[in-house]
Design a protein around this ligand. Structure first.
Ligand SMILES: [Zn+2]
Length: 98
């Protein structure tokens, strides 16, 4: 029974402290969440860099009609029947055709 009272008082103290510093705690929590989101956003490019090494050899190669660079079909940006190596090449090609 003595332990229960100590535990209750401790919880009450924590609750009071948490209530007193709720703004700081909220800010800290918000910063932690933002940090986690940032890390999640940073992760995908790293996974993409590792991917080509483990990829099987049955990928089809296509040539960028703009800069004549060869790349895997799934890495290219598709426009009608053409595959461009990047969005920059696609945009350049579109403005060139105008
Ligand atoms: Zn290109």
């Amino acid at each position: 029974m003595k332990w229960l009272i100590i535990l209750f008082l401790l919880l009450l103290l924590v609750a009071i402290v948490a209530w007193q510093y709720r703004r700081q705690l909220m800010t800290a929590w918000f910063m932690y969440q933002t940090f986690r989101k940032m890390r999640k956003r940073m992760k995908p490019p790293n996974e993409k860099q590792v991917e080509p090494k483990t990829r099987s050899g049955d990928t089809e190669l296509v040539r960028c009609p703009k800069c004549q660079k060869w790349m895997a079909k799934e890495d290219g940006v598709k426009l009608k029947s053409d595959y461009f190596c990047s969005l920059a090449c696609l945009e350049e090609s579109v403005t060139f055709n105008k």
